[in-house]
Design a protein around this ligand. Structure first.
Ligand code: NAP
Length: 279
């Protein structure tokens, strides 16, 4: 049976440290503020935004919410971002994705000042991640690296297989594992014979978005399995990409969903917001 990686516990400890840093900044007369923009009525986005606001409150970061109607134009949204770029109370700006179809997400992300881009999506920050010189950490992958560190799981020299190549998870995940000297492979929907690849993994990260995609026969005995997926099963219950019950028997460590990667993603957003002030 695998050790279950407790993302909530790692997040709790990390948030304590962040809270102390916020208090220290406040003693120096500096405020820490995060602006969160949400456009439209996507229920999942609403849950994420509420959790982000709750996280801010917990560590003493001031949050400013901008809830805009679905009909907001790209120009209006970019104008708001520009305004926040110039607002001294705001150290971090987050625009909850996805945006309505009529708005070009890249154009909006590119408008966020790289110094306030706490999601680390701006091309300038993506470039920093590529060269391993971080201003802001990519939240989900950075949260995963924190969990590995917390459980003393060494990456150096290990075969790491990441399933998924999105700009938000898969690609930056591969970069962070590489920085820690992992031997890294990225798989995707065109990968031939995926099982052959995943069976060689000492550390397997699943970021696919498909329920029970990673099955027991795809996992090497004793592998560390990180489940990034956030899906709904047929009963509407939150679940990951990994067939947890069966894979757990084979893995050495495994993250559950919920309670694994999710709590760490928001924690790293808080970390980036504090970094924005400390820098
Ligand atoms: P995404 O942009 O849809 O990317 C999914 C990736 O999976 C793509 O690279 C895709 O390959 C690959 N894929 C799809 N079918 C595959 C197959 N049959 N075999 C191999 N690879 C396949 O998703 P994402 O934004 O990275 O998110 C992935 C999951 O993580 C989602 O469930 C999302 O909700 C979750 N997530 C969780 C957190 C968190 O905090 N826990 C944060 C972000 C995302 P192609 O590129 O070839 O299409």
């Amino acid at each position: 049976m695998a050790v279950i990686i407790d993302g909530k516990e790692v997040a709790r400890e990390k948030r304590e440290q962040i809270k102390a840093r916020v208090e220290e900044l406040k003693k120096q007369g500096k405020s820490v503020g995060l602006a969160v923009i949400i456009v439209g009525e996507n229920p999942a986005s609403r849950v994420y935004v509420n959790n982000k606001k709750k996280g801010c409150l917990e560590v003493g970061i001031e949050s400013f919410e901008y809830a805009l109607p679905e009909s907001t134009t790209e120009e209006e949204l970019k104008a708001l971002v520009e305004k926040l770029n110039n607002d001294d109370r705001v150290n971090g700006i987050l625009c909850q994705l996805p945006l309505p179809k009529h708005i070009n997400e890249d154009a909006v992300i590119n408008t966020i000042s790289p110094e306030k881009d706490v999601d680390a999506f701006h091309p300038q920050n993506v470039g920093h991640i590529m060269i391993g010189d971080y201003t802001f950490l990519p939240c989900t992958p950075a949260g995963i690296m924190e969990m590995l560190k917390f459980y003393n799981i060494s990456v150096s020299g290990k075969k790491c297989v990441v399933i998924g190549r999105s700009n938000i998870v898969g690609k930056p995940m591969a970069m962070l594992l590489l920085k820690e000297n992992g031997t890294v492979e990225i798989c995707h929907s065109r990968t031939e014979n995926l099982k052959n690849e995943t069976l060689s993994a000492d550390i397997l990260v699943a970021a696919v978005g498909k329920t029970k995609f990673v099955t027991e026969d795809m996992v090497k005995q004793g592998a560390v399995v990180i489940d990034v997926g956030m899906n709904r099963d047929e009963d509407g219950k939150l679940c990951g990409d990994v067939d947890f019950i069966n894979v757990e028997k084979k893995a050495s460590y495994i993250t559950p969903v919920p309670g694994g990667v999710g709590p760490m993603t928001i924690t790293m957003l808080l970390e980036n917001t504090v970094r924005a002030v400390e820098k």
